[in-house]
Design a protein around this ligand. Structure first.
Ligand SMILES: NC(=O)c1ccc[n+]([C@@H]2O[C@H](COP(=O)([O-])OP(=O)(O)OC[C@H]3O[C@@H](n4cnc5c(N)ncnc54)[C@H](OP(=O)(O)O)[C@@H]3O)[C@@H](O)[C@H]2O)c1
Length: 293
């Protein structure tokens, strides 16, 4: 069994590690702080102290024959992702991984005016956030072609689940856009995403891209309304588009400018993933058994 190395070993990385650990497979994870290293040790993951921004710390990465999961986000500024470039450049040709799985985002597609989209859709990111992710994808694909290491790209929609719901936003009573005017969003439960990552490591084909979402997109406004209801919080106030432009944050407005529905057929069929939470209602129903943050 190939050892596992996770670069960007936070929430999803730790979930991905569990089934490997349960099979007795060694898992290592990059950690850039002692606090993260301690959390990884507690999960049975051996920390490798390294910051992806510091090339000097990336010598001797334990990549030989490893199943590598790259989950670190790009920096928050600029149009490129120098972190993945640092990581790939640091891999010694004598220690090539067996395979690499990258989490990217569906933001690389840009606005599709609510259309259903497959992986054949052209990537036309409209935000710097989306362009940085596309840069990471392109850097990885180039490296995969040059080295022959199979690389798989996952274009992931909004991740949700216990501990990552908009609780603070709802408690503050921040407004949402009129549902009829609200863009579509795509969602995947955090445990299902971890399952998809493991399936991609097993069955994902070299150079392929897979959309990752539950296949039941809904409007962003309906998402906030449904989460509020599931958590027993008051429904958020509703504002018009014109009002939203005045009162919402720049970050939220950038999300409201993009609408698309992710077709997940390739994920379901080629990666043979059966989702535990096939829609938002199933994911929210399961919250009853889980404490919230
Ligand atoms: N939120 C969404 O809905 C969504 C949607 C699509 C894709 N994604 C992406 O999915 C991926 C996995 O998500 P997640 O929830 O697991 O994220 P997460 O919990 O924030 O984990 C990311 C990890 O990357 C590490 N990292 C960041 N910069 C690093 C650096 N310079 N050197 C070493 N490690 C570094 C972080 O380390 P520290 O612990 O030190 O911070 C953290 O442990 C991320 O890339 C995320 O952006 C998210």
């Amino acid at each position: 069994m190939n050892p596992v190395l996770i670069a960007g070993c936070g929430d999803i990385g730790q979930r991905v590690a569990r089934p490997y650990r349960a099979q007795g497979i060694a898992v290592q994870g990059l950690a850039r702080s002692e606090a993260r290293a301690a959390r990884l040790r507690a999960e049975g993951i051996e920390p490798v102290l390294a910051d992806l921004a510091d090339r000097g710390m990336l010598k001797d990465l334990p990549t030989a024959g490893a199943m590598v999961f790259y989950f670190a986000p790009p920096p928050t500024q600029g149009e490129r992702d120098p972190l993945i470039q640092n990581f790939l450049t640091a891999i010694d040709p004598a220690r090539r991984p067996a395979k690499l799985v990258l989490i990217s985002t569906s933001a690389v597609y840009g606005d599709c005016q609510g259309a259903w989209i497959t992986e054949a859709q052209a990537a036309e990111p409209q935000t710097a956030r989306g362009r940085r992710r596309l840069d990471a994808e392109n850097t990885l694909r180039r490296w995969g072609r040059e080295t022959g290491v199979p690389c798989v790209i996952l274009r992931v929609g909004g991740i949700y689940g216990p501990g990552r719901l908009p609780v603070a936003r709802l408690q503050k009573g921040l407004p949402i856009l009129e549902p009829a005017d609200s863009p579509y969003t795509n969602r995947i439960h955090q445990d299902d995403l971890a399952r998809v990552c493991v399936a991609a490591a097993q069955r994902g084909l070299a150079g392929e891209i897979y959309n990752v979402a539950d296949g039941h997109p809904g409007t962003m406004s309906q998402y906030f309304i449904d989460v509020a209801k599931a958590l027993g919080l008051p429904p958020p106030p509703i504002v018009s588009r014109a009002e939203a432009e005045k009162v919402m944050s720049a970050g939220m407005l950038s999300y409201l400018r993009e609408s698309r529905r992710l077709d997940n057929r390739k994920m379901r069929e080629e990666l043979a993933v059966e989702l535990q939470y096939p829609d938002l209602a199933a994911g929210l129903a399961a919250l009853k058994n889980t404490p919230q943050q």
